[in-house]
Ligand binder design. Structure first.
Ligand SMILES: Cc1ncc(COP(=O)(O)O)c(C=O)c1O
Length: 392
C-alpha cells in the first residue's frame, strides 16, 4: 500500500502499530555504552556509519528515531542530526571542502552561512563566489572555476524569497562533478530535494519541525552511500551532537507538522493576498504569488509551503514608519526564529547582506511569519497597525 504523507508522518521513527510497547520512541540519554566483551567492542567499533549505539556522541535510540523520520520526510537514504540549523549549513561544507577549493553561494543565503564562508572558510583557504539566486544557466556556468567543488543553494532565499531553478543548477553542477547542497528549511517536505538533483539537503529543525519555538537543532540528509560516507566521517571528526531531549521534542513536533503547515500556509497566503491589495504595499515576496522572483519554479517544483514571506512597502514609507507599524502590531511578536505556532514580524531592510547586486527593492522590507492564530484577527491587527505606517 502506498501511504500518503500524513500517514507516514504519524508512523515514521516509531516501532510500528503492531509492536509491543509505548507509542513513542524512548528518550535515551547516555555517554558511555557497555559491551559484554572486548571482541564485541572491537567488532562493533568499525560500524560507525550505521545506526548502532556505540558511544553517546554517535547517537542513541532517540537520535536514530528522529534521523529515520527526517530521512523519510526528505526522501533520502541517511540523515545526521546536528546541534543547530546553522551547524547543518556549515558542517557539510567543512566535511566536503578542502584548501584550494571554491564554492558558489546564492546572494540570498541565510546571513550566518555567509559569515562562515567569509571568515572560517577564508582562513582554511576556501574561496566563495556569491551568485544571483535567479542566475540562468549561462550566468551560473560563467561563475564556475576548475576548482569549484560545491554549489550551495537556498530556496526560497532568506528574507527575500527568490525561488531557485534547482534542477537546472544541479544539471550544470553535476556535469562538472560539483556537489549541490540545499538549505531546504522553508519547503521541508513540500520540496523533495533528491528528486530535483540535490546531493546534500539541510534543515533547520528549529523551525517547522520543532514547531513550538522551544528547541534548536538541524539535520543533514543525503541520498547515496558515497555521500553518507563523506558526511558521516566529517560529522564524527567534527564532534557533532544534539541533545536527545531535543530530538524527542522534535519527534513530538513532527507528528503535527502536516496539520500545522497546511494551516500556516493557507493563512499566510490569505494574508499575503490581502497585503498585496493594499495601497501601502508595493509587492509581496511570497513564492506562491507571481510577484515573487522564481514563482514559476515554485509552481513547477513545490507542492505547498509554510507561512513565512516578505512585504515590500511603497517607497514613500520610511524605515522609521515601518518600525512604527511593527511596534503597533499587537498579535505579532518581534522575533527572528520562525516556524513556531505564533506569528512574528521583523523589519528586514538594512539587515540584508548582499554582494552580487541583488536584494534591491523599491521600498522598505519586512518579513512576516504567520502562526496558528485566527486569520481574521491577524488581518485586523495588521489593518490597525498600517495606520501607524501612514502616520510615520
Ligand atoms: C533558512 C535558515 N537556515 C538556517 C537557519 C539556522 O537555524 P538555527 O537557528 O537552528 O541555527 C535559519 C534560522 O533562522 C534559517 O532561517
Amino acid at each position: 500500500m502506498v501511504k500518503k504523507f500524513d500517514t507516514r508522518l504519524v508512523q515514521t521513527g516509531r516501532a510500528g502499530t503492531k509492536a509491543h510497547g509505548y507509542v513513542n520512541p524512548k528518550l535515551v540519554r547516555g555517554s558511555t555504552v557497555l559491551y559484554p566483551d572486548v571482541a564485541t567492542k572491537l567488532a562493533l567499533g568499525t560500524r560507525r556509519l550505521e545506526q548502532i549505539e556505540l558511544y553517546g556522541l554517535y547517537g542513541t535510540e532517540t537520535h536514530f528515531a528522529l534521523e529515520r523520520a527526517i530521512t523519510e520526510i526528505e526522501g533520502g537514504s541517511h540523515c545526521q542530526i546536528v546541534g543547530s540549523g546553522l551547524a547543518a549549513c556549515i558542517m557539510p561544507l567543512l566535511a566536503y571542502l578542502k584548501a584550494g577549493e571554491h564554492l558558489l553561494v546564492p546572494d540570498s543565503v541565510y546571513g550566518p552561512t555567509r559569515t562562515f564562508c567569509d571568515t572560517t572558510l577564508v582562513r582554511f583557504g576556501v574561496t566563495t563566489t556569491y551568485y544571483d539566486p535567479m542566475a540562468n544557466e549561462a550566468e551560473i556556468t560563467a561563475l564556475l572555476q576548475p576548482n569549484s567543488r560545491v554549489l550551495f543553494t537556498e530556496s526560497p532565499g532568506s528574507h527575500t524569497f527568490e525561488v531557485q531553478d534547482i534542477p537546472m543548477l544541479a544539471r550544470v553542477a553535476h556535469a562538472r562533478g560539483i556537489k549541490v547542497f540545499m538549505d531546504n528549511t522553508w519547503g521541508i517536505y513540500h520540496f523533495q530535494p533528491f528528486a530535483h538533483g540535490v546531493d546534500v539537503s539541510i534543515q533547520a529543525l528549529t523551525k517547522y519541525v520543532g514547531g513550538h519555538s522551544d528547541l534548536i537543532m538541524g539535520s543533514v540528509t543525503v541520498n547515496s552511500e558515497s555521500d553518507w560516507a563523506w558526511l558521516r566521517k566529517g560529522m564524527l571528526e567534527l564532534g557533532q551532537y544534539a541533545s536527545p531531549d531535543d530530538c524527542w521534542l522534535a519527534l513530538r513536533g513532527l507528528r503535527t507538522l502536516g496539520l500545522r503547515l497546511r494551516a500556516q500556509y493557507a493563512a499566510g497566503l490569505e494574508i499575503a493576498n490581502w497585503l498585496a491589495a493594499r495601497d501601502e504595499v508595493a509587492r509581496v515576496l511570497h513564492p506562491a504569488l507571481p510577484s515573487c522572483p522564481g514563482h514559476e519554479f515554485f509552481k513547477r517544483d513545490f507542492t505547498g509551503g509554510g507561512g513565512l514571506f516578505g512585504v515590500v512597502f511603497q517607497p514613500q514609507y520610511s524605515a522609521a514608519a515601518v518600525v512604527a507599524m511593527i511596534d503597533a502590531l499587537q498579535l505579532f511578536g518581534i522575533g527572528a526564529s520562525w516556524g513556531g505556532y505564533e506569528s512574528l514580524v521583523l523589519p528586514t531592510g538594512g539587515t540584508i547582506a548582499r554582494s552580487a547586486g541583488t536584494g534591491v527593492y523599491e521600498g522598505e522590507v519586512a518579513r512576516f511569519h504567520i502562526g496558528l492564530e485566527d486569520v481574521g484577527d491577524l488581518i485586523a491587527d495588521i489593518e490597525q497597525a498600517l495606520a501607524a505606517l501612514r502616520a510615520g
